[in-house]
Write a protein that binds this ligand. Sequence first.
Ligand SMILES: O=C[C@H](O)COP(=O)(O)O
Length: 240
Amino acid sequence: MTGWLASIANAAEISLILPTGPDILDLKDPTAGALGAWDDENIVATVRDLANTPGRPRLSATIGDHPMRPDVVIPAARRIAATGVDFVKIGFAPDGAPERCIDALAPLTAEGAGLIAVLFADLWPSDPCCLPIDRLAAAGFRGVMLDTAGKRHGLRHHWQDAQLEAFVSCARAHRLLAGLAGSLRVADIPALMALSPDYLGFRGALCGGERTAGIDPQAAAQVAAAITTPQPRPSAPSRS
Ligand SMILES: O=C[C@H](O)COP(=O)(O)O
C-alpha cells in the first residue's frame, strides 16, 4: 500500500489538509527551498496540538538546508528529533561529506530517532547503485526519499521510471521505507504507484501547481483521490 505525504507551510494549513487524509504531515517552509525548516517552537506546538487527534497522520519535519558537515548536521537533526516528530528529514547532497554525516548520525538513530534521508534526484547520479543507501541502512535510518532540489522539473524528468523502480527495490532490499517526491502531479500518480513506493510526497500539486501558494483543498482532494483509487493490475501475459 502506498501512502502519501503532504508538506504544509504553517499550522493554518492543517485544517485544510486533514480532511483529505494524508498519511504523513510534513512540516516544511516552501518559501525557503526544498528543505525549508519550520521554527522549532512551531513544530513543538503542532506535535502537542495533534497529539490527541484520533487517527492523526504521522509528522515529519526537515532540519533545513545545511552544508554537509557533521558539526552542523548532527546538532540540527538532534534539535528537530527533540521536538517529538515521528520522522526527521535530512537532505544529503553529493558535495561535501555526506557519508561522514550519515555515519555520524548512527548514535541518534540508536536513541530511537526516525531519520529519513532526502536525496535529490537532480543532484545525485540517476542510478541507485551510486546512492549511499547501504550506508543509510547501516546507520539505522528508517527511510530514504528521492526528491528534487529544483522545482522547475518534476522527478520523472530527471529519472526514468525504471530507475525509480530500481531505487524503490534497493531501498526495500535494505529494509528502508522508500519515498518519491519532486513536483509530482496528479498525472504522475498511477505510474509511480505501480512502482510500489511506501510514500509519494507532494507540495506543489496540493497548491494547484505553485508550491508557495497556500493549500488548495480541491487540488489536495484530487491528489488524495488519485492515491486511493485502486490501480488496475497489470494484465497477465496471454498464452498462445
Ligand atoms: O517532501 C515532499 C515535498 O515537499 C514535495 O514538494 P513538491 O511537490 O513541491 O516538489
